[in-house]
Design a protein around this ligand. Structure first.
Ligand SMILES: CC(C)(COP(=O)(O)OP(=O)(O)OC[C@H]1O[C@@H](n2cnc3c(N)ncnc32)[C@H](O)[C@@H]1OP(=O)(O)O)[C@@H](O)C(=O)NCCC(=O)NCCS
Length: 203
């Protein structure tokens, strides 16, 4: 299958938010918030244009990934910049065809070129280990609450990139989705029924 991966144009912001909503709807929660998170990231200082990527097949967007600037803060209040990956979506019709693998690998290479030290994500370990992501506790990075669990993973983007990056991880504040904002934002999209999530996250 011939694929084309490139930066997302701002004329494609709605399309990619739509795709994100379709992909995450009722997956981990009733409804979803990931499309609003994506929208908010794009208006924040955490936004990195080169890491807002789409994958196209026959000129149609079939997948999207974004990585944004986040922080790891240590006990001495020293901040280290790191990337946070997600939302990451492949259109249902195109899942399990290695497209996600190609898109994430491309995004990792772009992040390396820019010079970031590492990236963090919350995801299914079985999928992300193949890219080199490890439980973040191996790098002495915890969540902002100070805990670790398997789905909380980190990847070094250069040799020993995370050797001095230890502490608590904070996603950019724009990721925090407000109920009223979500309600208003939902009006831009076709109505959809909320139901019990398909995947239960075990932390
Ligand atoms: C997760 C996602 C981006 C992967 O993209 P994809 O193109 O379907 O994945 P690929 O085809 O590259 O990889 C397929 C492999 O990953 C596995 N896989 C796919 N989704 C998985 C998941 N959620 N958990 C564990 N493994 C998964 C498949 O079983 C397959 O394994 P195999 O290669 O051993 O057969 C895509 O399935 C998706 O959009 N899912 C819904 C949204 C989501 O969960 N996003 C990620 C949140 S962190």
């Amino acid at each position: 299958m011939k694929l084309h991966i490139r930066k997302t144009n701002n004329t494609e912001f709605y399309k990619t938010e739509y795709l994100t909503r379709e992909t995450f709807w009722n997956l981990y929660n009733p409804g979803c918030t990931e499309h609003l998170m994506l929208h908010n990231f794009r208006q924040s200082n955490a936004y990195v244009e080169q890491l807002d990527l789409v994958v196209l097949h026959e000129s149609k967007i079939i997948g999207h990934i974004i990585s944004t600037k986040a922080k790891v803060i240590n006990d001495g209040n020293i901040e280290h910049e790191i990337l946070h990956v997600g939302p990451f979506s492949i259109d249902f019709m195109f899942q399990n065809k290695s497209i996600g693998t190609q898109l994430l690998n491309y995004s990792i290479e772009e992040a390396k070129k820019i010079g970031f030290n590492g990236m963090i994500l919350f995801g299914t370990p079985g999928y992300y280990h193949r890219f080199g992501f490890k439980n973040a506790k191996e790098y002495k990075i915890t969540t902002k609450e100070g805990v670790n669990f398997e789905p909380f993973m980190a990847l070094e983007l250069k040799k020993n990139g995370l050797a001095n990056v230890q502490g608590k991880f904070f996603v950019d504040k724009s990721a925090k989705v407000n109920k009223d904002q979500l309600c208003k934002f939902e009006k831009r999209f076709p109505a959809k029924e909320k139901s019990k999530p398909q995947i239960k996250i075990h932390i």
